[in-house]
Design a protein around this ligand. Structure first.
Ligand code: BGP
Length: 484
C-alpha cells in the first residue's frame, strides 16, 4: 500500500549558510606566492564593463597584463578576507551558519598552474580558514574552480580550450583533496559551468573575428575538457575520501514559453535542454541525444580522447547544486527584451526586477527545484541566490527590508518544494558579506547581511557593519526556517 509521508517543513540538519568566491573576497592578490588569475586581469582588460564578458582576446589580455596600475580596481577584487577571515567567520557564526561556501584560488596553490610542487603558504591559508570554521561547527562547502584560473594557462593553452589544462587542474585537485581530506564533506567542481558558452573565464580568450559557429566550437570543446576534469576530480575524491560528496554547479535558468503557441513552447523546451545539458552530462554521465542535432547544425565536433566517455560515465556527481537568480521567457518574436547583466531574454510582464534588470521570480525557484528533482533524483543544493542592491547607510545602519523580502519569498518557495517532495540539502545565499560583483567588478552591487565599507574605487575603511537582514537571517536559521 502507498505509504504517505508527512513532510511539512525544512528537515533537521538543513544546511543554512552563505556563499562566496576567492576572487571576490580575498584580495591579497599578489602576496604569499600567489600567481595572477584570470579574474584579476580580465575585468581590467574590459575596464569593468560587464556586457562583454566573452569579449577578451589574447591581445587585450596582453595590454591588461602589461598595465601595472591599479586604477579603478577595487583592492584587486576583494574585501581583504585574506586577513580578516577570523572576524568574518565569527560574524557568520553569530548568524548561526551551518555551512559556508567558498572557493580555493588555484593560483595560491599553483601560481602559474604547472609548478612541480604546490605553494605551501597558499595551502596553509586554507588550513587556517578550515580550522576557524571547525571552531564554530560550520561545514565547509568548497568550490574547486570559481570563475578563475592561472592566467599563465590562458596564455599558454587558451585556458580550457587546451586539453593540457585538464592535467594541470587535476594536479591541483589532487593536492587539495588530499590536504583537506577528512575536513571537508562537500565539494563542487566548476562554478556555473554553463556560463562557458558565453563567458571568457572558462573557455579562454575567443577571437571575435571567428564566426559564431567557430566560437561555439571552441567553447564546447573547452567545456568537454571541463567535464573530463570534473569526472577525474570525482574519481580522485572517491579514492582519497570515499565519505565526502562531489557536486556539480549550474547557473539554472528556467525558461518559460512566452505564449501557449506550440512554437514558443518548443523553443522554451530547447532552451531548458541547453541549460540542462551540463547537469545531464555531469549527473547522468553521458552526452544527451538532444545536443547531437544542435552540434550538427552548428558544425561542432567534440574531440574526445579514448577514455573520456568512460571516465564521464563512471564518475557522475553525488549531488547537484545550482545558482538561482532569475527566469527567462522565449517568444518567437521578442517584443521587449529584458537586458540584465548576464542574460538577455524576453521580459516577463508578471515579474518585477532588480536594479540591475534581473527578473525576480520566487515561484520559479519552486518550479526549478521540482523540475530538477524529477529529472535527476539526486539531492539538490541551492548554492547561490540573492539580490544585488544599492544599500544606503543611515546613521551607521542599513535598513535593507528589500533584501529580507526577496530572501523570504524565495525561502518560502523552497519550503513549498520540500513539501512537494524535493530532496534539498541546503541553501547558501550569495554574498553573505558584501563583496566584489563578478559582472561589474564593483562594490556597489551589494548582496550581504554584512556591510563592508569600501566603494567602487576601492576606497573605505573595510569596516564590517551588521545590516537589518543580519538579525533576520539569524532568526531564520535559529528556527530552521519556521520564522521568516
Ligand atoms: C554568479 C556568480 C557569482 C556572483 C553572482 C552574482 O553568477 O557565480 O560569482 O558574482 O553571480 O553576480 P554579480 O556579482 O555579477 O552580481
Amino acid at each position: 500500500m502507498y505509504k504517505q509521508k508527512n513532510i511539512t517543513d525544512f528537515p533537521a540538519g538543513f544546511l543554512w549558510g552563505g556563499a562566496t568566491a576567492a576572487n571576490q573576497i580575498e584580495g591579497a592578490w599578489n602576496i604569499d606566492g600567489k600567481g595572477l588569475s584570470t579574474a584579476e586581469v580580465v575585468q581590467k582588460a574590459q575596464n569593468r564593463k560587464a556586457v562583454s564578458m566573452g569579449d577578451v582576446t589574447q591581445a587585450t589580455l596582453a595590454v591588461a597584463l602589461a598595465d601595472k596600475s591599479d586604477v579603478n580596481y577595487p583592492k584587486r577584487r576583494g574585501i581583504d578576507f585574506y586577513h580578516r577571515y577570523k572576524e568574518d567567520i565569527a560574524l557568520f557564526a553569530e548568524m548561526g551558519f551551518k555551512v559556508f561556501r567558498f572557493s580555493i584560488a588555484w593560483t595560491r596553490i599553483f601560481p602559474t598552474g604547472e609548478e612541480k610542487t604546490p605553494n605551501e603558504a597558499g595551502l596553509k591559508f586554507y588550513d587556517d580558514v578550515l580550522a576557524e570554521l571547525a571552531k564554530y561547527d560550520i561545514e565547509p562547502l568548497i568550490t574547486l574552480s570559481h570563475y578563475e584560473m592561472p592566467i599563465a594557462l590562458t596564455q599558454k593553452y587558451n585556458g580550457w580550450a587546451g586539453r593540457q589544462t585538464i592535467a594541470a587542474f587535476n594536479q591541483f585537485t589532487e593536492v587539495v583533496l588530499k590536504r583537506y581530506q577528512g575536513k571537508v564533506k562537500y565539494w563542487l567542481t566548476f562554478n556555473e559551468i554553463n556560463t562557458g558558452t558565453w563567458g571568457f573565464h572558462e573557455t579562454g580568450a575567443i577571437d571575435k573575428a571567428l564566426s559564431e559557429d567557430e566560437q561555439l566550437q571552441i567553447r564546447y570543446q573547452a567545456l568537454h575538457h571541463q567535464f573530463v576534469a570534473s569526472a577525474i576530480a570525482t574519481k580522485q575524491l572517491r579514492e582519497i575520501d570515499p565519505t565526502a560528496k562531489m557536486g556539480c554547479m549550474l547557473a539554472r535558468m528556467q525558461t518559460y514559453p512566452g505564449t501557449p503557441n506550440p512554437v514558443d513552447v518548443r523553443a522554451a523546451q530547447f532552451e531548458n535542454e541547453k541549460n540542462f545539458f551540463f547537469t545531464d552530462v555531469q549527473a547522468r554521465g553521458e552526452y544527451p541525444n538532444y545536443m547531437n542535432r544542435y552540434f550538427n547544425e552548428h558544425n561542432i565536433i567534440i574531440d574526445m580522447a579514448q577514455d573520456d566517455e568512460t571516465v564521464i560515465a563512471t564518475y557522475p556527481v553525488d549531488f547537484i547544486s545550482f545558482s538561482y537568480y532569475m527566469t527567462n521567457i522565449t517568444k518567437e518574436k521578442m517584443d521587449a527584451d529584458a537586458v540584465g547583466n548576464m542574460v538577455v531574454g524576453g521580459r516577463n510582464p508578471y515579474l518585477k526586477e532588480s536594479d540591475w534588470g534581473w527578473q525576480i521570480d520566487p515561484i520559479g525557484l519552486r518550479i526549478t527545484l521540482n523540475t530538477m528533482w524529477d529529472r535527476y533524483q539526486k539531492p539538490l543544493f541551492i548554492v547561490e541566490n540573492g539580490i544585488g542592491a544599492l544599500d544606503k547607510l543611515d546613521n551607521g545602519k542599513i535598513h535593507d527590508e528589500y533584501r529580507i523580502d526577496y530572501l523570504r519569498q524565495h525561502i518560502e518557495q523552497m519550503r513549498e518544494a520540500i513539501v512537494d517532495g524535493v530532496d534539498l540539502m541546503g541553501y547558501t545565499m550569495w554574498g553573505p558579506i558584501d563583496l566584489i560583483s563578478f559582472s561589474t567588478s564593483e562594490m556597489s552591487k551589494r548582496y550581504g547581511f554584512i556591510y563592508v565599507d569600501q566603494d567602487d574605487d576601492g576606497q573605505g575603511s573595510l569596516k564590517r557593519i551588521r545590516k537589518d537582514s543580519f538579525y533576520w537571517y539569524k532568526k531564520v536559521i535559529a528556527t530552521n526556517g519556521k520564522e521568516l
